[in-house]
Design a protein around this ligand. Sequence first.
Ligand code: GDP
Length: 216
Amino acid sequence: MTPSADVPLDAQSIERGRYLFAQSCDFFWGAEREDNLPPIGLPEIAFAGRSNVGKSSLVNALTGRKTLARVSHTPGRTQQLNFFNLGQRLTLVDLPGYGHAQVSKKKVVGWHQMIGAYLRGRVSLQRVCLLIDGRHGFKENDIAVMEMLDTAAVSYQVILTKADDCKNEQLDQIILETTLRLKKHAAAFPEIVVTSSRSGRGVEDLRALLASFANP
Ligand code: GDP
């Protein structure tokens, strides 16, 4: 049995989510420094996670387009905050991936500074989707990011990725550990969303959930 992690949503919310994510999703701003953020506009949802967690694949699955992977994997754009306008109703923000083995300590400090500044000062930011690899659970740098989110008092929600590549018992164990861990984090939303961009699991639920933050 999977503990309460698949967030069942009603048909109307699912339809609202499907409709929103069928709209165009256009890149409009790349911020490489904290003093170069776009003006406050639509409600924002940010996506954070370790490099290779499956962030671009999941956002592509959500939007049904390859825009995000194309933009965010472009040389020069991988280390910046990339902003996408979804149907003039919601902004999706792709935060640079963290935890890459080859990245120097200096760059890690830079990541924390820039993301910290964005998180603290962004009144339009509604929620951070913190992507965690469903096969491995939390790593040390995920915990550091959660602490940063707690300090900034930004509401965040754990999204497990790559569920297709996990055995049921393994996934149940990760869900259990994650749920227990989240209780210790003040700004964490208690429900986890289990996803796979490969099988599509959880994608429509996540669309519905995010649509609840969008402008009408
Ligand atoms: P990012 O660096 O977080 O943007 O990660 P990517 O979306 O580029 O994916 C990193 C790797 O994970 C790629 O090899 C993907 O094919 C793989 N991947 C992404 N999503 C899934 C998934 O849902 N299931 C599985 N099994 N692999 C995935």
